[in-house]
Design a protein around this ligand. Structure first.
Ligand SMILES: C[S@@+](CC[C@H](N)C(=O)[O-])C[C@H]1O[C@@H](n2cnc3c(N)ncnc32)[C@H](O)[C@@H]1O
Length: 230
């Protein structure tokens, strides 16, 4: 069960999503509904997790700029909170829960400092650039409005053919997983190779691949099929 695997994975990684792969066609369409004693599975589950590395703070340049301007102007954080009507200065001028101010709050601060700050859009551009670079360095994540970006994915299951691996995953699903979470040239590990769909998706998308499979002889046909595609 995916929930049992999730329990084990979450002991070592930070769980980000429990994704549901919904299959439009499959045995659920043809099964005898009246004889069912529980709901027929139409989905498979994909666990999305990241390693528990501490994330280095990336916004020192922004923080020291804002703090430097605040000190030069001689304005206390308390005065900033009062002028902005909120208790956010700890976030704008502190590392632990840093957040970038809104345009309205920034302009209020700027007036308080005597209009010494850079234009809002300029500093916001620097902030966004740093955020993008830091997110990329931390963990690749590329999705668009044209690819699945929610936790429900619709991909057709692989149709039956002679020698098909019983659990063969569709190539377009594997390509989505790989392109969303890696860059060309990255190394992908699949310790349950099966038919080799991950290896094939890596070849198609320019990733390197390492895999293990203990059942090669049992699924000879499926493995040969992948080699032929190479
Ligand atoms: C769910 S299938 C993988 C399907 C694969 N993703 C595909 O698209 O074809 C799991 C595969 O892992 C293999 N396997 C199971 N336990 C293994 C182990 N301890 N070491 C290596 N392979 C293993 C099985 O033989 C089976 O082919």
């Amino acid at each position: 069960m995916a929930t049992e695997v999730e329990g084990v994975v979450s002991q070592h990684f930070d769980m980000l999503n429990h994704l549901v792969w919904r299959k439009p066609s499959g045995r659920h369409n043809g099964c005898c509904k009246e004889s069912l004693r529980r709901y027929f599975p139409q989905t498979e589950h994909i666990l999305f997790a990241e390693s528990r590395k501490p994330v280095p703070f990336a916004y020192d340049a922004i923080l020291s700029y804002l703090e430097g301007e605040r000190l030069k102007a001689g304005i206390s954080r308390k005065a900033i909170d009062k002028a902005c009507g909120c208790q956010m200065s700890g976030h704008w001028f502190g590392r632990s829960q840093f957040s970038f101010p809104s345009e309205q709050h920034y302009n209020t601060m700027n007036a308080l400092f005597g209009y010494t700050l850079k234009p809002y859009l300029e500093l916001q551009g620097e902030y966004r650039y740093i955020r993008e670079q830091s997110n990329k360095a931390r963990r690749t994540f590329n999705v668009t409005k044209h690819t699945p970006y929610t936790n429900v994915w619709d991909f057709k299951a692989v149709a039956f053919y002679e020698g098909k691996h019983p659990c063969e995953k569709p190539l377009d699903l594997m390509e989505h997983i790989i392109t969303a979470s890696s860059m060309p040239g990255d190394l992908v590990l699949d310790t349950f190779v099966g038919s080799g769909s991950t290896a094939l998706a890596c070849m198609k998308t320019g990733r390197r691949f390492v895999g293990c499979e203990m059942g090669e002889s049992e699924f000879d046909g499926a493995v040969v099929r992948i080699e032929n595609n190479m």
